[in-house]
Ligand binder design. Structure first.
Ligand SMILES: [Ca+2]
Ligand SMILES: [Ca+2]
Ligand SMILES: [Ca+2]
Length: 536
């Protein structure tokens, strides 16, 4: 069943179908989630069938999110007093996107050929570890996804695009020499898109977006029920932008899409969706979660959540944003009639329960317990809200975005079940908050966004080297018969130098290396041990 709200939208759906067919997707199945990522940045939907596609548990049919999409907006900084604001903004909104797959050509700021860039790149950690271990073997052939990794632009795009580990430090991606994609997680999907100015989008910022969507095949519930996203926004325009906002538009739909509640947890930088009643569904044609439904949240991991906002699907002054200014205002917690979100009621100033006080966050109270002054879907200071199909936009003020600069956003989508099965709709919110705290801690400890380090053989002492540590005035002589060359690596795995046997030995002078710790790889007809060398 499609979530078609009116005839106009139905027509839009049909007419846009041809457009989407140009944007390809791949399935991302990692941890407990089965979802989709499109080449132009659209997320979590089966747009070909207008169906929610954030399936969790992954072998079920139930989906927790209908779709999500990023927004970015700001004002051109002309530095001329009294000059009216020149607002620029691009967004992914339901089925419509201002972004097209591919990078921006730097010379004329047009989008690169979208048919060439109509790809997503999926790489697993297993593939990379196999590559690290085998790239030097004659009978190893580099997998296609590593060969095709979009490390470098062409046709006037930036030279360096997708991140990679560059073993020899020459800024050239050479998988045949052991270079590999710098992915996060156990499985990652990468895309590149842009909003370069086109006739039908005069408000484009000329921004290039690099996205990585990733997850973990971990037995830990906190990781297997979470999808992470890294987004990099690069200003390829001729302008400096100010008052820049990043927004993430989320249509949380836990199973049945017509009984949502939403909320904000400002201490966790999280917006979340939960079921409006203790039983999700049933609704014909839509798989639902039933009794004791789960909850879903989106955390901003590396930025402060500065605003959260919604709009009414059938509202007037508080209805769907339409023009660029409406979308920008939405990221600042304003409705399209320009009125600010108010604390209480449903947030619209005309609603019952709404106070005079401006609010930057939608339903920031904790729905898991009652507090007289805490605003939630059920504690509106009037009658409780009725559950319905909610969308919630989570925003962060980025401020300045000078030309040629960029900013990065790290996000996590966290799913939590009601493990007590106690037939409430809020137990899963308690569990969501606990899981989200753990995810943030893991992120802060560097365990989430760490990349795969080049691995060198285990250090043992078959062929020790002397002196070690090495001090000023000393040199190392390696004169083992069966060792014909050595490679010196930094502790991060970057090749510093390679030396061949000259006569009967290999010599490394103290003066060749700066103070620090290195890995010496000993090579002959076979690979020997690697030694950790301390240079004093
Ligand atoms: Ca290289
Ligand atoms: Ca539901
Ligand atoms: Ca919804």
């Amino acid at each position: 069943m499609k979530k078609v709200r009116n005839t106009a939208l139905a027509l839009l759906l049909v007419s846009s179908h041809l457009l989407f067919s140009q944007s390809i997707y791949q399935a991302l199945e990692v941890g407990n989630v089965n979802t989709r990522v499109y080449a132009d940045g659209k997320l979590f939907n089966d747009f070909f069938n207008s169906r929610a596609q954030f399936v969790i548990p992954k072998n079920s049919e139930t989906s927790a999110i209908y779709m999500a999409g990023f927004w970015v907006g700001g004002k051109i900084d002309l530095n001329i007093p009294a000059q009216p604001d020149l607002l620029r903004l691009s967004k992914i909104f339901y089925i419509n996107s201002d972004f097209t797959q591919g990078p921006i050509r730097l010379n004329n700021r047009t989008g690169a050929d979208p048919s060439y860039w109509n790809k997503t790149w999926k790489v697993t950690k297993t593939t990379i570890n196999t590559h690290i271990a085998n790239y030097n073997n004659d009978n190893y052939s580099t997998p296609r996804e590593l060969l095709e990794w979009p490390a470098h632009g062409k046709d006037g795009a930036a030279d360096i695009l997708a991140p990679f580990i560059d073993l020899n430090g020459n800024s050239i991606y050479e998988p045949e020499k052991g270079d590999y994609p710098n992915i996060k997680g156990d499985e990652a999907m990468y895309f590149i898109c842009n909003d370069a100015r086109r006739g039908n989008h005069p408000d484009a910022m000329d921004i290039e977006v690099h996205g990585m969507v990733y997850g973990f095949n971990s037995p830990d519930e906190q990781l297997q029920n979470t999808i992470f996203i890294n987004l990099k926004f690069i200003n390829r325009s001729l302008f400096n932008y100010r008052d820049v906002y990043f927004g993430m538009y989320n249509d949380f739909d836990l199973g049945d899409p017509f009984d949502d509640f939403v909320g904000t947890d400002t201490s966790l930088n999280m917006v979340f969706g939960y079921n409006g009643d203790p039983v999700d569904g049933p609704r014909q044609g839509i798989p639902s979660y039933g009794a004791s439904p789960p909850a879903i949240g989106m955390i901003l991991l590396n930025k402060k959540l500065t605003n959260s906002m919604y709009y009414e699907l059938n509202g007037s002054g508080n209805g769907e944003p339409e023009n660029t200014a409406d979308f920008y205002d939405c990221m600042k917690s304003k409705f399209k009639d320009g009125s600010h979100l108010k604390y209480g009621g449903n947030g619209y100033f005309r609603s019952n329960g709404a106070t005079q006080h401006d609010a930057n966050f939608l339903f920031p109270g904790d729905p898991t317990y009652y507090e007289a002054n805490a605003w939630t879907e059920t504690n509106t200071f009037s009658l409780p809200n009725s559950p319905g199909d909610r969308r919630i936009v989570a925003s962060s003020k980025i401020d300045e975005l000078p030309l040629n600069s960029s900013f990065e956003i790290d996000l996590a989508y966290v799913f939590a079940e009601n493990s007590l099965k106690n037939e409430t709709n809020t137990q899963s919110v308690i569990e969501l908050k606990n899981l989200s705290k753990k995810i943030q801690l893991l992120y802060d400890s560097g365990q989430i966004n760490q990349t795969i380090k080049p691995s060198l053989p285990v250090i043992n002492a078959q062929r020790p080297i002397y002196p070690n540590p090495i001090s000023e005035g000393q040199s190392i002589i390696i004169d083992y018969d069966d060792i014909t060359s050595v490679e010196v690596y930094s502790i991060l795995g970057k090749l510093i130098t390679r030396k061949e046997k000259n006569g009967s030995s290999i010599k490394i002078e103290r003066t060749e290396l700066s103070t620090g710790v290195y890995i010496i790889r000993l090579l002959g007809s076979q690979e020997f041990n690697s030694e950790k060398l301390v240079v004093k």
